[in-house]
Design a protein. Structure first.
Length: 121
C-alpha cells in the first residue's frame, strides 16, 4: 500500500511537471501564440486540476487503508502479547501445581518409608 501511495504521488508530480513543461513551451518568446493555443492550454490545465483532485482522493483512500492496516497490525500485536501473558500464567500455574504434586508424592514416599521404619523397629 505504501508503494501504491508512492506511485500515486509520483503520477501527481508527473502531471504537474508535464503541465509546467507544456506551459513553458507554449509561452516561449520565440513561439507564436494563438487563441486556440490558449484555449487548449486552459482545457489541459483544467483537466490536470481535475485529475489531481481525483488522485488526491485516491491517495486519501490509500492512506486510510494504510492506517486501517496499521491499526489491525497493532491490534494483532496486542492480542499476541495477551496470549503470551495468558500462556505464561498457565505455565506458571502448571509449574506450581506440578511442584505441589511432586511435594505431595515426596511427602507420601517419606511417610511410607518412615512408617516402614517404625513398623520394623
Amino acid at each position: 500500500m505504501h508503494q501504491e501511495l508512492q506511485q500515486i504521488q509520483e503520477r501527481q508530480q508527473a502531471l504537474l511537471n508535464d503541465l509546467r513543461r507544456d506551459q513553458a513551451d507554449l509561452f516561449r518568446p520565440d513561439r507564436p501564440l494563438s487563441g486556440e493555443d490558449l484555449v487548449q492550454m486552459d482545457e489541459y490545465r483544467r483537466w490536470v486540476t481535475l485529475e489531481r483532485r481525483r488522485q488526491d482522493q485516491e491517495a486519501a483512500e490509500c492512506i486510510a487503508r494504510i492506517q486501517e492496516q496499521n491499526r489491525m497490525v497493532l491490534e494483532a500485536k496486542r492480542n499476541q502479547q495477551l496470549l503470551e501473558k495468558l500462556r505464561d500464567r498457565g505455565r506458571q500455574r502448571w509449574e506450581v501445581e506440578s511442584a505441589r504434586e511432586e511435594q505431595a508424592l515426596a511427602e507420601e514416599a517419606f511417610m511410607s518409608q518412615w512408617g516402614k521404619q517404625q513398623e520394623s523397629e
